[in-house]
Design a protein around this ligand. Structure first.
Ligand code: HEM
Length: 268
């Protein structure tokens, strides 16, 4: 266990903390208190929502009102955001030292992940823009859009837009770029293992900090929005037996008398 913890915090932390002064109160608030408040809110909030609003736990699908744009926008957004999710796991959870240990130097790592990251980010953003356009321009869908949905779109849109900007900026499109695996990722893991390193995040460029705050704000509202559907992926559908639909033929019922309520309906 200790080896894993040491590995997760990795050597780069000691260099980071040695170079940076004591974090200010704002940094302590943003990079220790806020992350734990966000984690607690999402866990407690989901339990609360499930207990008190089990039947409201839904995507509130609007597919029956409009399917043409939805047919393209929804897969684009969902496949994009799933790829972004796995990108976050890879980038934030796997220490630089581990990829170096298997012979992948930092330059090669970024050359391999950059194209995937840019494609995933672009797909998510374009998908989201199309979904919002559809929601605004299809009257039936817009009528069924609640205040809660609008607030959710603002928070989700902000996290995604800032994320894509962060990804571009980190890749060096605007300047020399930045290796977030040496500060943001170190801070992120330090929170998860309850050994917070606020100074690691405090020394990261502002665009990473703003994106992380937007991400944590989204976590705080998550349980109270339709985003709860993310936690109800119907995985049992892959394993359950098929539901067999058969036409009831009059020749199949044999001599049995028809039970009350099961009389065949006329279809002609
Ligand atoms: C504390 C929470 C979060 C942290 C520390 C974080 C950190 C990061 C980092 C370091 C990147 C740059 C990745 C790269 O260049 O490859 C990134 C990109 C991104 N993030 Fe986050 N993020 C967080 C939460 C979120 C949330 C909640 C969302 C949206 C639901 C989100 C959406 C994105 C998107 C869309 C990108 C662009 C990815 C790409 O271009 O492939 N992030 N994030």
């Amino acid at each position: 266990m200790n080896i894993i913890v040491t590995g997760l915090l990795a050597a780069e932390v000691s260099t980071t903390s040695a170079e940076v002064a004591e974090p200010s109160s704002l940094n302590l608030l943003l990079w220790i208190a806020f992350p734990y408040v966000a984690i607690a809110t999402i866990i407690v909030g989901l339990v609360w929502r499930y207990r008190y609003d089990k039947f409201g736990w839904t995507t509130r699908s609007s597919q029956s009102y409009e399917n043409k744009i939805m047919h393209v926008a929804s897969p684009l957004f969902h496949y994009g955001i799933i790829a972004v999710f796995f990108g976050h796991i890879l980038g934030l959870m796997i220490p630089e030292t581990w990829t170096e240990a298997i012979g992948l130097d930092e330059h090669t790592y970024h050359m391999l992940t950059l194209p995937l990251s840019l494609i995933a980010g672009a797909a998510t953003l374009i998908g989201l823009i199309m979904l919002i356009f559809r929601r605004r321009t299809t009257a039936q869908v817009f009528q069924r859009t609640t205040k809660n949905d609008k607030v959710m779109y603002v928070f989700l849109g902000a996290a995604i837009l800032l994320g894509v900007f962060t990804s571009w900026a980190a890749s060096g499109i605007f300047d020399d770029g930045h290796n977030y695996r040496e500060d943001v990722a170190v801070w992120f893991r330090s929170i998860l293992i309850f050994q917070p390193q606020p100074e690691a995040m405090a020394s990261a460029p502002a665009y990473f900090q703003i994106h992380a705050v937007a991400g944590m704000l989204l976590f705080c509202i998550w349980p109270f929005t339709r985003l709860v559907h993310v936690f109800s992926v119907p995985l049992q559908y892959l394993m359950r037996p098929y539901v067999v639909y058969r036409k009831k033929s009059p020749h199949r019922s044999g001599n049995r008398t028809t039970r009350r309520g099961w009389e065949p309906t006329r279809t002609d």
